[in-house]
Design a protein around this ligand. Structure first.
Ligand SMILES: [Zn+2]
Length: 81
């Protein structure tokens, strides 16, 4: 097991400090998707266009968060690369 504050990118599988990733949150109880803020179920992705594209094409974030991702979230993620 990696140390407690380490996270894994949903796309490339890189394990690193959570500060190296963009955090995508499905908020509780609203189920609103937010980036780098909010509380609820979280998924992590590298701030790299490649990882965000894979996350979108393979629906990795939606699967991890057990929800349907709004397409504009991916635009917001890409703008953070
Ligand atoms: Zn990655």
């Amino acid at each position: 097991m990696p140390p407690k504050n380490y996270r894994r990118c949903v796309s490339c599988g890189l394990i690193s400090s959570k500060h190296d990733f963009i955090r995508v949150v499905r908020n509780f109880p609203s189920h609103h998707i937010t980036i780098n803020q909010g509380m609820g179920r979280s998924a992590y992705v590298c701030p790299r266009l490649e990882c965000i594209t894979i996350a979108q094409k393979k629906k990795r974030l939606g699967r991890t968060l057990r929800t349907t991702m709004p397409p504009e979230i991916y635009d917001q993620l890409k703008s953070r690369c």
